[in-house]
Design a protein around this ligand. Structure first.
Ligand code: ZN
Length: 412
């Protein structure tokens, strides 16, 4: 420990010069026990972003839990990040980039779903995608793989949504309003069994990527939450339902406390499998965001002495251990999710489809507000604009045209 201490004089000097701890040290661990081979992960550290002020970096951690085959999970793993990044205008500074991210996540998820369905392959996938940029964490999710955050002082935050029909009444209402049927499997003798499912298709999730054999009101529009950690750091736990069906958020945090991220991930998967047996693919990623080691006076997650720093000068060097909530939107309405104002310096982007980024000739794009706004004042030219193909996708997601899926009522 002693050799990792920073002399107080150095800390104080940094304080005087207002040097901030701008970036955490990031450590991650991954563990998986496979049953069906349909869980996939994507980890990329030090992704480069070129801005006016040179190059800065961000990290990406994503979990895909496939169903009905693995094609959608593999496709999303390979293409989703690029589709998101292509929807962010170039030359933004870091703050603008982070502000543009929630909208780009929506565009990237919808484009990935649309492109995958165009390949006419069955299967679908949940997505929990985490982008860590400095102390800002942005999580976009569809389905029921969940991401939790434990802040440095030990508070728990759920950063993803739960799109299980059983757990989400709002989503059930949305699907029924869009023309879908929601119910349990109905045995011939009139007994209902199992979780709530959406018909046709019988999926028990309300959002996913893929699933072209299910109604199009099973949408790929992600819940997005953006938070900023204090420079005291925190721990993210991203797991598939194989973990969360077996152990609670609190027990995952408690059983892994004090362990390095790689050991923590293994421990969580082991406990989940031990308690329930290997019934499902069981995957866990643990990501620690720690104050940079070179200026860390304590070994945070190994000793937990951080909540009682002995020196007042050291204490004041750290910000309060709060987690600031910056953004959250889980609406399934594309018009609402794309309306976030674009930085004006990228006017040329206004002439692209807000979802797939295809260039639009003047007069070619259709307002995303068409049809979904109660106001009669919407002009077809009110941005953001969609190409005809993405406009058709939007109408299908909102139940404004018959779903392409076959309407078959099973066992009913
Ligand atoms: Zn488009």
């Amino acid at each position: 420990m002693a050799d990792r201490m920073v002399p107080l004089a150095v800390l104080l000097k940094r304080e005087v010069t207002s040097e901030k701890i701008e970036k955490p040290d990031i450590f991650h661990g991954l563990a998986n026990q496979s049953k069906k081979g349909e869980d996939f992960t994507f980890i990329k550290n030090e992704c480069q972003r070129v801005s006016g002020k040179g190059i800065s970096t961000f990290s990406v951690f994503a979990l895909f839990d496939g169903h009905n085959g693995s094609a959608a999970a593999v496709y999303a793993r390979d293409y989703l990040l690029n589709n998101i990044l292509c929807a962010i205008p170039t030359n933004l500074n870091r703050d603008e980039w982070l502000a543009a991210l929630p909208r780009a996540l929506v565009a990237g998820f919808v484009k990935t779903d649309k492109d995958f369905q165009a390949k006419a392959q069955t299967s679908g996938t949940t997505v929990t995608l985490v982008i860590v940029d400095g102390w800002t964490v942005t999580v976009a999710s569809v389905g029921d793989s969940r991401c939790i955050l434990e802040s440095a002082e030990g508070s728990l935050y759920l950063l993803s949504a739960d799109h299980r029909l059983d757990e989400n009444k709002e989503e059930v209402e949305r699907i029924i309003a869009s023309g879908g049927d929601v119910g349990r499997l109905n045995l011939a003798i009139g007994i209902e069994v199992g979780p709530l499912r959406c018909w046709p298709g019988g999926l028990c999730l309300s959002r996913s990527i893929g699933d072209m054999d299910v109604g199009e009101y099973i949408v790929p529009i992600p819940h997005v939450k953006q938070v900023k950690l204090s420079n005291a750091g925190g721990r993210l736990i991203i797991s598939s339902d194989g973990v969360w069906d077996a152990i609670s958020f609190e027990s995952a945090v408690n059983m892994s406390r004090g362990l390095p991220s790689d050991v923590a991930a293994k421990r969580i998967v082991k406990e989940a499998v031990n308690s329930r047996g290997l019934r499902d693919d069981t995957t866990c990623m643990v990501v620690d965001l720690l104050p940079p080691e070179k200026i860390t006076p304590f070994n945070l997650f190994h000793t937990r002495t951080y909540d009682s720093p002995s020196s007042p000068s050291v204490r004041s060097y750290f910000e309060p251990y709060t987690v600031e909530e910056i953004f959250e939107d889980g609406s399934a309405m594309l018009a609402q999710r794309l309306k976030i104002v674009y930085p004006l310096r990228n006017m040329f982007k206004l002439l692209s489809c807000a979802v797939c980024q295809v260039e639009l000739k003047p007069g070619e794009g259709l307002s995303v507000h068409l049809g979904s706004s109660k106001s009669a004042k919407v002009s077809p030219m009110d941005g953001p604009l969609l190409c005809r193909s993405c406009q058709a996708k939007k109408e299908a997601m909102e139940g404004m045209r018959p779903s392409r899926g076959m309407r078959v009522t099973i066992l009913n």
